[in-house]
Design a protein around this ligand. Sequence first.
Ligand SMILES: *[C@@H]1O[C@H](CO)[C@@H](O)[C@H](O)[C@H]1NC(C)=O
Ligand SMILES: *[C@@H]1O[C@H](CO)[C@@H](O)[C@H](O)[C@H]1NC(C)=O
Ligand SMILES: *[C@@H]1O[C@H](CO)[C@@H](O)[C@H](O)[C@H]1NC(C)=O
Ligand SMILES: *[C@@H]1O[C@H](CO)[C@@H](O)[C@H](O)[C@H]1NC(C)=O
Ligand SMILES: *[C@@H]1O[C@H](CO)[C@@H](O)[C@H](O)[C@H]1NC(C)=O
Length: 722
Amino acid sequence: MGAFRWLSLAAAASSALALTPEGLISAPRRSEAVPNPSGKVAFFSTSQYSFETKETSAWWSLIDLKTGDIKPLTDDSNVSELVWLTDSTLLYINGTNSQIPGGSELWVTGVSDFAGGYKAASLPAQFSGLKAVTTESGQIKYVFSGKSYRNGTAYNEELATTYASTARIYDSIYVRHWDTYLDTTFNAVFSGTLGYSQQTRLLSIGGLHNLVAPVPNAESPYPPFGGASDYDISPDGKWVAFKSKAPDRPQANYTTAYIYLVPHDGSETAVPINAVGSAPKGVEGDANNPVFSPDSKTLAYFQMIDPTYESDRRTLYLYDIASKEISALATEWDRSPDSAKWVDDETIVVGAEDNARGNLFLIPIKEATGDFVPDALTERGYATAYYPLPHKSLLVTGSAIWTSWIVYTASLNPEKGVLKTLASANEIDPELDGLSSNDVAEIFFQGDWTEIQAWVIFPENFDRNGKFPLCYLIHGGPQGSWADSWSTRWNPKVFADQGYVVVAPNPTGSTGFGDELTDAIQNNWGGSPYEDLVKGFEYAQRDLPYVDTSRAVAAGASYGGFMVNWIQGSDLGREFKALVTHDGTFVADAKISTEELWFMEREFNGTFWDARENYRRWDPSAPERILRFDTPHLIIHNDLDYRLPVAEGLSIFNVLQERGVPSRFLNFPDENHWVLQPENSLVWHQQVLGWLNKYSGVGEENEDAVSLEDTVIPVVNVNPPA
Ligand SMILES: *[C@@H]1O[C@H](CO)[C@@H](O)[C@H](O)[C@H]1NC(C)=O
Ligand SMILES: *[C@@H]1O[C@H](CO)[C@@H](O)[C@H](O)[C@H]1NC(C)=O
Ligand SMILES: *[C@@H]1O[C@H](CO)[C@@H](O)[C@H](O)[C@H]1NC(C)=O
Ligand SMILES: *[C@@H]1O[C@H](CO)[C@@H](O)[C@H](O)[C@H]1NC(C)=O
Ligand SMILES: *[C@@H]1O[C@H](CO)[C@@H](O)[C@H](O)[C@H]1NC(C)=O
């Protein structure tokens, strides 16, 4: 053992960190690549924060789809969104309006002379999610979304009425969501038209139509995460489809959503195509992602069955606009696709989480009946955006644990797969220099009742003959996963590069491995997932010779934070030198303070009063568990996390402190469930990694490792001497 220990010190001491917290946060962040109609070139945006200037800069670039060469398009920060009109012309939203304070404008320009564009329309407020099609007559029909008043007028923040009191008054539950209190405005989809004047310039014809406001209580996109994929415009410019949570059902305890169809000109009120009664029998869950076929005759969308379960399986449906008939595709496929693109009128590509990757699948409509299981077109990392290119291929943008952005072409023939990588951030960005697919491996072990997959992420200068302390990362959800994708919040490589081998398991409750694994979490929060994690720890101890479990640490957020709190009161808690909980639940009865009642009522199979024993079954705050608390524990909880309110973090910190367990409380008053602002993110990383490094001994071994003392903000109070 002595010799091993010496080796590990040597290996760790020589490790220059490949990925540092500063590098992770200040590396460029790029959008999807959007090809022009002929598929020769694509645009994408980049934003980058500088710790020196404390500013974020943003710019647009073009990537050549033959060579991968990248060149600048514009760095004008008034340009907020682009769409291709032709191979060489673009339509964009300009965030400034020369006449209306707080308004914006639509501009048209050429790719080769971006600054030489002209204004095509004046817009009364701010909008995003621009989509546009060119009709047969040459008009441009567009849609975008923005905030709206109930009377249909677009909400302009700069011109809005303010009141002397800040009071808010509610007559129904669902008072706040995620990080925002509901107010009298809501999201709406607006449509408009541009036409040629004297055959030279595009100009606005008629005004904007609010397509959502005429439906009482409808809202689209659905906040906080709904965006442009919540609506679509038909290629012929005649129709718009949008998703809204079912306005006729209570918002707090149902997930039911409808897909609405409405003429682009707003001449009729939108009608739901899949309301209860018109949807296939028994299908009452969340619906999303409407997309029109190239011939504008069919609308594809996804829907779940269960009206309260946000992680039910999504099935692909086709709505025939003429006959109003709905048909289901690939109903037996045990995956839950969440994005779709038509390749032609007979073929759809969908994206779905699949064995901890984000793969694309080909669905030939005529074949996709019965027990059809589609073939994967990509099997690398996580595909996040894709566009059909000429010659039966796709332009794909994605990421992986080892790269923040990768752009490649993939064949529509599953046997050919990935054709050519055009660009990857780990080869462009100095912050990601040294990262490669060799940094990541995958293991499988027998869990509580089934086989469990986990990612293993190696530190820089990893040596199979060395020994590196285990960093055990536990994901949230619980219906979620550690996937082969990039994250700027919980990036396993940034943990590994401190000098750990990271093991990131996908236990019971995880998504992407089929319904059985996901659904088995119900009423089972501290049951099978905990046993799976114990088995995974034992696997690392027994079968990964380069992992030192005697200096292991564990961290998790959200459900992962609940699990770390549960582990603190369990046998497994004694195996760790330090624990970190980020925005986790602690007191079982406190769950009723959330606004997402559908979530709790599904997870614990009943209301707070009918099924209280289910809510209490896995209670990390039970007295006999608290009496076992002993492992140093950092608690993080943010004020704007309304789904798991900050009292949860304060409660466990009270207990840890009263029980004399080394502990610290880190709070961000201006962050929600996530820590997004770069300077806050840096402190978060310094505190999380510093805490783990202090107790695992990595801090002493590796002079490049992050330390708690790196944070310049003073500690508010320290424990009086005992
Ligand atoms: C955006 O446009 C306004 C109005 O012309 C101008 O004052 C401002 O400088 C522009 N911003 C940038 C970053 O170019
Ligand atoms: C944005 O609009 C403002 C106001 O019309 C104009 O001054 C500015 O040049 C525009 N910028 C771009 C990039 O279109
Ligand atoms: C709609 O309501 C807003 C907010 O009350 C108001 O400012 C606006 O004038 C109204 N629009 C119309 C057309 O009445
Ligand atoms: C949802 O809440 C409404 C009242 O807001 C109630 O009538 C209904 O029974 C609840 N449904 C479920 C499934 O809990
Ligand atoms: C959930 O509750 C229903 C009705 O009480 C019951 O039939 C079902 O078995 C329960 N499911 C679980 C997983 O406990």
